[in-house]
Design a protein around this ligand. Structure first.
Ligand SMILES: Nc1nc2c(ncn2[C@@H]2O[C@H](COP(=O)(O)OP(=O)(O)OP(=O)(O)O)[C@@H](O)[C@H]2O)c(=O)[nH]1
Ligand SMILES: [Mg+2]
Length: 350
């Protein structure tokens, strides 16, 4: 049995078409639709109840809670099916794609995502700025959360999963992006992405608010913390600080020993890199060590080099733009630090 969870808020004008198209798409299968409505002022819940005489619909009307993710989580609790599908009510998610998601699960996927960003998928008529925001948000998520690195559309609101994926998993209803929460916390091994065309909202108004982006970043941060990635970032910073001491100490020593100042910086920096590598390998990324040490050491140097490159390029560009040189350098240093962390996390210990 398939349970289709549809969170709704003021979606009255979309329900009839939604249900009839789902019914047609799943004609030869056993399914239920669970509408989780947050007491919509347009009485979506009431119409859904009326339509439950025709279609296999159950309605959960929540009067004390609001929020998309918590509505989906509530839907999971009510669902009786082995396969759970989540979709919007506004017909931006074509019901005809549901069988494709279900088939992907039957072929062995644990999670099947209806994806806008794999080959064959697309977004109809979004202005450029919304496309950029969407792509940018996904990029941030993929860089910050290694688990979703390989997934093209980890923030899709349209997906299917096996019930086992969420069994025993505590899902946090923050943010708008319940799929990302599942991809980080769920129990699964195989994810499939099925292309689809994200259409126009059929009727009614968008609930997307200005706060969404900030909420998204908060969500990514919480998931990073949950994954231990923030701990790693802190350890990586402490190691970096120890590297500064090593660098300065050896620079002083080599100059005392008579090396020219212009040359002494080179071995001092290399020793700092070796110091940082050692602590990061034994501490920050201890659990992620794989393959030969020499390979990691080489990649660590590559990361240091990329960091340095970014630092100088940013410095020169900001200088060119008329920014004060000390501020320009600070921005360069911070970005270099982040680049080094990301390259090391994904490549050296990826
Ligand atoms: N239960 C519940 N459903 C919600 C809530 N907010 C949004 N929804 C539903 O979640 C789905 C997605 O919301 P949309 O407003 O379509 O968000 P969107 O697709 O990102 O934005 P548009 O492209 O403008 O449609 C719709 O079915 C909404 O009715 C909420 O707070 N509670
Ligand atoms: Mg929508």
């Amino acid at each position: 049995m398939i349970s289709i969870i549809v969170p709704t808020y003021n979606e009255r004008d979309n329900l009839e078409e939604l249900f009839s198209r789902i019914d047609k798409a799943l004609a030869d299968r056993e399914y239920e639709i669970i509408v989780v409505d947050d007491d919509s002022p347009d009485r979506t819940w009431e119409l859904a109840e009326e339509l439950s005489l025709i279609y296999p619909v159950r309605v959960v009307r929540r009067t004390r809670e609001r929020g998309l993710s918590s509505a989906v989580i509530r839907g999971f609790k009510e669902a009786r099916g082995e396969i759970l599908v989540v979709m919007d009510a506004d017909l931006q998610h074509p019901p005809e794609v549901i069988p494709l998601l279900v088939e992907a699960i039957e072929r062995g996927a644990d999670i099947a995502i209806a994806s806008r960003y794999v080959k064959g998928g697309k977004v109809e008529s979004w202005p450029l700025y919304r496309r950029l925001i969407s792509k940018g948000a996904i990029m941030i998520g993929r860089v910050a959360l290694p688990k979703i690195r390989g997934i093209k559309d980890p923030v899709s609101g349209f997906f299917a999963l096996r019930r086992e994926v969420i069994e025993g998993v505590e899902l946090n209803p923050v943010g708008f992006k319940i799929l990302m929460e599942l991809l980080v916390k769920g129990h699964y091994s195989k994810v499939a992405e099925i292309p689809f065309s994200f259409g126009l909202r059929r009727a009614g108004k968008s609930k997307l608010r200005g706060k969404t982006m900030l909420n998204y970043l908060r969500h990514v941060y919480r998931l990073m913390r949950w994954e231990g990635e923030i701990d790693r970032l802190v350890k990586f910073s402490l190691v970096g600080a120890s590297g500064i001491l090593v660098n300065e100490g050896f620079l002083w020593l080599f100059v005392q020993l008579g090396l020219p100042k212009s040359i002494a910086v080179v071995p001092a920096t290399e020793l700092a890199i070796l110091n940082n590598f050692t602590w990061n390998d034994l501490w920050t990324f201890r659990d992620l060590r794989r393959g030969p040490l020499i390979g990691r050491l080489a990649k660590f140097h590559l990361a240091a080099l990329s960091g340095a490159l970014v630092q100088f390029v940013v410095y020169w560009v900001l200088l060119f733009l008329g920014i004060h040189y000390l501020l320009a350098n600070l921005v360069g240093i911070i970005l270099s630090f982040l680049v080094r962390f990301v390259v090391n996390r994904h490549v050296t210990w990826g």
